[in-house]
Design a protein around this ligand. Structure first.
Ligand SMILES: Nc1ncnc2c1ncn2[C@@H]1O[C@H](COP(=O)(O)OS(=O)(=O)O)[C@@H](OP(=O)(O)O)[C@H]1O
Ligand SMILES: Nc1ncnc2c1ncn2[C@@H]1O[C@H](COP(=O)(O)OP(=O)(O)O)[C@@H](O)[C@H]1O
Length: 206
């Protein structure tokens, strides 16, 4: 594994980076079925935060699979490796002081817990983007459910591969009941609350 490797400290602290940006680093982790609304919500949250002048970056399943994770498919093993790498990347973005929006199906509780641990639980918000498989299949924005039902895509989440419903999500956004605007408002509120909490409780500890 990591043999003959030594950690090299810099001269700039995490708190200094955050002070420069005027915010706390965070990871907002959106999990849910394909078509539940993860990307739609994350895109709007990113836009709102940028309009407020905050430093934000969005990592998205389809996009990351074009580059960093283009060698991975959709077996349980590949999904776990996909999320492991993304959890590490998201933790690095958080360490840079960014508000990091990560939208991945991330179907397994264990890998979502790993992402929380790498970012630090205080700076991590797990958002369960809730919509049942019937609703998602009806929306079918990319036509993938149609193909999965015909057997043209294997291991498709909700049809032929599992999705473990989050046990301890920090926020549940039910997109069957809420409008996009209402869902986005709930996420922004959770981010603002957590930013204030971190400032009050953690800043002094460095
Ligand atoms: N078999 C199968 N199952 C689920 N999804 C599939 C599959 N094949 C391709 N796609 C497309 O890949 C997107 C999901 O990638 P993720 O990296 O988020 O998946 S995972 O977290 O590793 O489970 C997913 O994007 P979203 O619809 O935005 O969720 C799909 O567009
Ligand atoms: N409240 C809502 N939040 C997010 N998306 C919604 C909502 N209501 C309906 N939708 C629709 O559901 C679809 C979700 O697609 P997408 O954001 O690509 O999902 P995912 O990223 O989870 O695969 C979009 O067509 C979007 O317009």
């Amino acid at each position: 594994m990591t043999k003959n490797i030594t950690w090299h400290d810099g001269k700039v602290s995490y708190n200094q980076r955050c002070d420069n940006l005027g915010q706390e680093g965070m990871v907002i982790w959106f999990t849910g079925l394909s078509g539940s609304g993860k990307s739609t919500i994350a895109v709007e949250v990113e836009k709102e935060l940028v309009l407020r002048g905050q430093a934000v970056y969005r990592l998205d399943g389809d996009n990351v699979r074009h580059g960093l994770n283009s060698d991975l498919g959709f077996t349980a093993e590949d999904r776990n490796e996909n999320i492991r790498r993304i959890a590490e990347v998201a933790a690095l973005f958080k360490d840079s002081g960014m508000i990091t929006l990560a939208s991945f199906i991330s179907p397994y509780q264990e890998t979502r817990d790993f992402a929380r641990e790498r970012a630090g639980a205080d700076n991590f918000i797990e958002v369960y983007v809730k919509a049942d498989v019937e609703t998602c299949a009806k929306r079918d924005p990319k036509g993938l459910y149609e193909m999965a039902k015909k057997g043209e895509i294997k291991n498709f989440t909700g049809i032929s591969a599992p999705y473990e419903v989050p046990e301890n999500a920090d926020l549940v956004v039910n997109t069957k009941e809420l409008s996009v605007e209402a869902a986005v408002a709930k996420v922004l509120e959770a981010i603002d609350k957590r930013q204030a909490w971190i400032k009050e409780n953690l800043e002094a500890t460095g």
